[in-house]
Every structure is written in structure tokens, then in C-alpha cells.
Design a protein around this ligand. Structure first.
Ligand SMILES: C[S@@+](CC[C@H](N)C(=O)[O-])C[C@H]1O[C@@H](n2cnc3c(N)ncnc32)[C@H](O)[C@@H]1O
Length: 291
């Protein structure tokens, strides 16, 4: 049989596979979450809840990273969870699979089980467009965390995040193996901060998968998020900023900062703590130095 010229085309490509290849870096996130929790408690994080988990890729990487780790993913979309079960979960050993639970559940409902770490990535919580709903979500997270647990969210901002634009990025090592990921910011309303964006995929055979994913969000600011987290009961908050690659872009390395210069387009992590740092941890030592 003749070899296909392009691995991905609009006809054969699967949007979840393309998404995972384009935007997700689960091993990096496992390392980052582990580091954030250790710093706060001095202990290793064992249980993760991934909110808006989609295909549960991060849950799988978490369970696969250490034999004593367990992960629970929450998402309201049954077909996406089923895809994750068939394509991500089944790649793990049977033993590791037994430590992952993917639940069809609204993140606004607290889970009875308490977690060391809860995360909400890909800015998904911005689907809650009112203060009341976002506060309800943060309160549900607070109730679902262990007493020394942390909640980690990512956030995007900077003036470029409010512009209408299309940002193409090549994915894959070669034309045969690759495709183009296009981030399309379609609209932003400065009065409501409502923001509409799409992901399109363009293929090297000339075909396209338009609007493979659509995001209808309210773009929150860091102070708004901080205020709502505090109102929900979180006592300490850290902001992790991405380092510079020397060419105007980010280098993928995130460090905690107190203040930062403005940036045209940024992506940050916010870490919210349920209680003050555990005695003996790095964070406790830092707090003592600051007194
Ligand atoms: C963009 S995906 C996030 C995928 C993954 N977390 C990541 O970091 O790339 C957003 C997911 O949030 C889910 N979702 C939206 N509202 C939700 C809610 N209220 N509760 C649970 N999941 C929700 C959608 O079904 C979708 O799968």
C-alpha cells in the first residue's frame, strides 16, 4: 500500500489528538504542581483533582508519575470523557488505571473526597461569566481540598489578549508529521470583558478543520481572581510568572514573583492556599523572613 503523504488531514484527523499535541504539556504540569505543593507543605502531593479535565490527559500523567498517586478528573462532557478513557487511560498499566477516576460532574458541585491539589487549566473557569458563579466555583474547590491543599489556576492577559487576531503555530517535526495550530481571538468587549476565541487546524494537504474548539469566556484580571479567591476563604496567594526566552517570548519556566513589568501577552499560574504554610516548609521559612 502507498504511504500517506501527510499524517494529518481534515478527513482523518481527530480534534482531541490535535489539541493534545498542540497545547498540552502534562509532564511539565505534574512537575510544576508537585513543586508548588512541596514548597507550601514540605510534603509530596499524592492526590490531584483536575477540573475541566476534558480528555483527562493530566490525570493520566499524574497517576503515571508515581505509584502512590491518584487523580480524579471532572468534566460535564460525556463524549470527551469517553474519548479520554479510550485513548489516554487505556495507555496506562492496569494498576495505574485503577488510580484514575474520570467523573461526569459539574465543577460547581464539591467532591466528598479531599484532594492535596486541585487545578483548573486552559483558563476554563472563565466560562463562569459572573462574579457570583465564579465565587460559587471557588467555594466548591475550597470545600474539596484537604486542609493543607492548594488550588492552581492558569490565566492569560496583556493587551494582545484583547485584540482580534489569528496566531498560527507549526506543530510537529516535519510537514509529513505536522500541521498548523491557529489560535483565533474573534472578539473582545471592553465593557463586559466577554471574549470569544476559536482553535482551527490547517493541514499540509491544504485542508482545514475550522472552529475545532470554541471558547466563550469572560476575561478576568489577576486582582479580580485574587479578590474572589480570598472571599471564598483562601488565605494565601502566589503568582508564578514565565521567564523570558530573550527573543520577546516565554521560556516555559515559571517562578514566583511579587511584582512584574507589564507584558503584551502573558500566561500565568495563580496558587491559592487553604491554610498558612506548614511549619518547616520553604513557604513557612519565607514567611518568617518577611516578618
Ligand atoms: C478547554 S477544555 C480543558 C481541557 C484541559 N483541562 C486543558 O488544560 O487543556 C474545557 C473543558 O471544560 C468542560 N467544562 C465546561 N464547563 C464545565 C463545568 N461547569 N464543569 C465541568 N466541566 C466543564 C468542557 O466540557 C471541556 O471539556
Amino acid at each position: 500500500m502507498a504511504k500517506r503523504k501527510h499524517r494529518f488531514t481534515a478527513k482523518n484527523a481527530d480534534r482531541h489528538t490535535l489539541y493534545q499535541l498542540s497545547v498540552q504539556a502534562p509532564e511539565h504540569e505534574v512537575e510544576l504542581l508537585s513543586r508548588m505543593y512541596k514548597r507550601h507543605t514540605g510534603k509530596r502531593a499524592l492526590t490531584l483533582r483536575e477540573d475541566f479535565c476534558g480528555t483527562g490527559l493530566l490525570c493520566c500523567a499524574w497517576a503515571d508519575s508515581k505509584k502512590d498517586r491518584a487523580a480524579t478528573g471532572l468534566d460535564i462532557d460525556a463524549p470527551t470523557l469517553a474519548w479520554g478513557h479510550a485513548n489516554n487511560l487505556t495507555r496506562l498499566s492496569a494498576e495505574a488505571q485503577s488510580r484514575v477516576t474520570l467523573l461526569e460532574q459539574n465543577v460547581l458541585q464539591p467532591t466528598p473526597k479531599k484532594h492535596d491539589v486541585i487545578c483548573a487549566f486552559n483558563y476554563s473557569y472563565q466560562t463562569f461569566k459572573t462574579r457570583e458563579l465564579l465565587l460559587q466555583y471557588f467555594r466548591a474547590v475550597h470545600r474539596s481540598l484537604a486542609s493543607d491543599g492548594i488550588f492552581v489556576l492558569d490565566l492569560l492577559g496583556g493587551w494582545e489578549s484583547r485584540q482580534t487576531l489569528k496566531e498560527p503555530r507549526a506543530v510537529g517535526e516535519s510537514k509529513r508529521e505536522g500541521f498548523t495550530y491557529v489560535w483565533h481571538q474573534a472578539s473582545f468587549d471592553p465593557i463586559t470583558h466577554h471574549f470569544l476565541a476559536h482553535i482551527h487546524f490547517h493541514f499540509h494537504d491544504g485542508t482545514k478543520l475550522k472552529k475545532a474548539f470554541t471558547y466563550d469566556w469572560r476575561l478576568y484580571t489577576i486582582p479580580e481572581i485574587k479578590e474572589l479567591l480570598t472571599e471564598a476563604g483562601f488565605v494565601g496567594l502566589d503568582v508564578y510568572w514565565e521567564g523570558d526566552d530573550g527573543e520577546g517570548g516565554g521560556n516555559g519556566e515559571f517562578e514566583r514573583v511579587e511584582t512584574i513589568h507589564d507584558d503584551p501577552g502573558w500566561n500565568t499560574y495563580i496558587v491559592a492556599k487553604k491554610q498558612p504554610p506548614t511549619a518547616g516548609s520553604k513557604d513557612a521559612a519565607r514567611a518568617a523572613r518577611a516578618r
